[in-house]
Design a protein around this ligand. Structure first.
Ligand code: ADP
Length: 497
């Protein structure tokens, strides 16, 4: 915990060399001594050197998690004491809100106004919501039909939980994973994404400061193919929770098979966003902009397939094109920035490749379709891109791009658009814009997605379950639904005769 006192500003935190990992309550370098660079995506410059966890470090962290789960203070804490620790983390996040927001923006690139307004407050809120659940993990008494038996259930923690998170919402993803797992009494080995390890590590310092016993939370930055793969396959891990691409999600399932660890997955999407002609059009157009361009489109729920009714198609397209041309691109740390850079060179290449494929297959960007020039050429900036003349079977209409790129397609009928919207391997989110109550309920029922937004988009709350249909994942996060992911049920039979 040597870092805590010094690291009260982003620059103080970044001045630690290298930034260490948290294993068993100690801040340590990698067993191999290796480090990796984390990059500021607005400039392409190195922000900090970070200890690089590999299999040996994962072994040590899993052992520390096991010790903390089986012995010491953690299993003896009352639910109320566990809840207080989580609540304390929320308080500390709020006390360090500005520092965390700046660190998040420097490492990820996202506009600082969103780090301040969305990422940090929702992270604190998540810890506070799950602090409340620690005291409410009730079992049931079961009215069995076997004479003289008293039968009841207990909800017990899974054990040592491995958690692997992505780079698009580093702090929020850490809170979605850590808060419910800890509320349920598990211990955790968390691996942040290699692109954005900083805020999870700073959060680790705050978790130590809150007073969690050593080894309950271990945070190991490292690469997916080494640290992540070692965690997913580890025989000492009882459960793995993953958020990331569908492709890697499948690897996690394979890796988990040897010890049949429990798995939950929150994966990719290609979410349909549907504008009916009876919607408040101005509002719907703004909503469609937020749906695709929030967080540079690097959102698993991004409204990347926009269906506009043919009678309003031209107005939707021109309305969005006008707004996109006016968007203020810039470094995340500038408070006037609306669209920041993509997270990495790799992500920039991926998005530019999709844009090239779209053009090759015959779609036309009404705006964007290229990198930003001038001062922004050093960073990973892509102009907001809107594709017209897109057919359902084009690559850009089927595959997840994870960038500021939307495809717009016309439709005519309710049944037709529902069927086309569902034609996807994904089923994470969907949205509908209409003022007709019948259409609302028909579409909510018809859309095969884990969340359907109506006249709104990208709404999240710690109390509302979230997760995917089809290849968008297994299980649900948030709300009481996630408690199933972090507890197991034990049934007790007591013979009263
Ligand atoms: P993206 O492609 O958007 O970077 P990924 O699904 O690759 O998203 O990454 C999400 C998380 O999964 C990151 O923490 C990454 O390090 C991790 N990861 C990547 N590959 C693997 C793997 N083979 N096994 C375990 N974790 C992995």
């Amino acid at each position: 915990m040597a870092n805590i006192e010094t690291a009260t500003t982003p620059s103080a935190f970044l001045a630690q060399h290298p930034i260490k990992m948290l294993i068993g309550g100690q801040w340590v370098e990698a067993a191999s001594g290796k480090t990796f660079d984390t990059i500021n995506p607005s400039t392409g410059q190195v922000l900090a050197k970070v200890a690089q966890a590999e299999a040996e470090d994962i072994d040590r962290a899993v052992a520390a998690g096991r010790r903390a789960f089986e012995s010491g203070q953690w299993p003896k804490l009352t639910p109320s004491q566990r809840g207080r620790l989580l609540w304390k983390v929320a308080d500390l996040i709020e006390q360090h809100a500005e520092e965390l927001a700046e660190l998040e923006t420097l490492d990820n690139g996202k506009p600082i106004k969103y780090s301040r307004l969305v990422d940090v407050p929702l992270t604190a809120d998540h810890f506070r919501y799950f602090a409340g659940w620690a005291t409410k993990l009730e079992g049931e008494t079961i009215p069995v039909s076997v004479p003289n038996m008293f039968t009841y259930t207990l909800r017990e923690p899974m054990g040592v939980v491995g958690q692997i998170i992505p780079w698009n919402f580093p702090l929020q993803m850490a809170s979605w994973k850590l808060a419910p797992a800890l509320a349920c009494g598990n211990t955790v080995v968390l691996k942040p994404a290699e692109q954005t390890p900083l805020t999870a590590l700073r959060l680790g310092e705050l978790i130590c400061e809150a007073g969690f016993p050593d080894g309950v939370v271990n945070i190991l930055p490292g690469f997916g193919e080494t640290a992540g793969a070692a965690l997913a396959a580890h025989p000492g891990v009882d459960k793995i929770a993953f958020t990331g691409s569908t492709e890697v999600g499948k690897k996690i399932v394979h890796a988990s098979a040897d010890n049949l660890k429990k798995v939950t997955l929150e994966l990719g999407g290609k979410s349909p966003n549907i504008i009916f002609p009876d919607a408040d059009l101005k509002f719907a157009v703004r909503g469609a902009m937020n749906a695709i361009f929030f967080n540079q489109g690097q959102v698993c729920t991004a409204g990347s397939r926009l269906f506009a009714h043919k009678s309003v198609y031209d107005s939707v397209l021109s309305g969005m094109t006008d707004l996109a041309r006016k968007m203020n691109l810039g470094p995340g740390i500038d408070p006037t920035t609306e669209l920041g850079p993509l997270v990495s060179q790799e992500q920039l290449d991926r998005v530019m490749n999709y844009i090239a494929i779209g053009k090759r297959e015959g779609a036309t960007p009404t705006t964007g379709g290229e990198r930003a020039e001038g001062d922004l050429a050093q960073g990973y900036f892509v102009k907001p891109t809107i594709f017209d003349r897109v057919a359902d079977d084009m690559t850009i209409a089927r595959e997840e791009i994870f960038g500021p790129v939307v495809v717009v397609m016309p439709f005519e009928e309710v049944e037709e658009v529902a069927a086309r919207a569902n034609q996807s391997i994904y089923g994470l989110a969907a949205a509908v814009w209409t003022n007709d109550v019948k259409k609302v309920h028909k579409m909510v029922a018809a859309l095969k997605a884990g969340v359907v937004w109506v006249n709104t988009y990208n709404q999240f709350d710690a109390a509302a379950p979230f997760g995917g249909y089809k290849q968008s994942g297994y299980g649900r996060e948030m709300g009481h639904a996630v408690l199933d992911a972090y507890t197991q049920t034990k049934t007790a039979w007591i013979n009263l005769r």
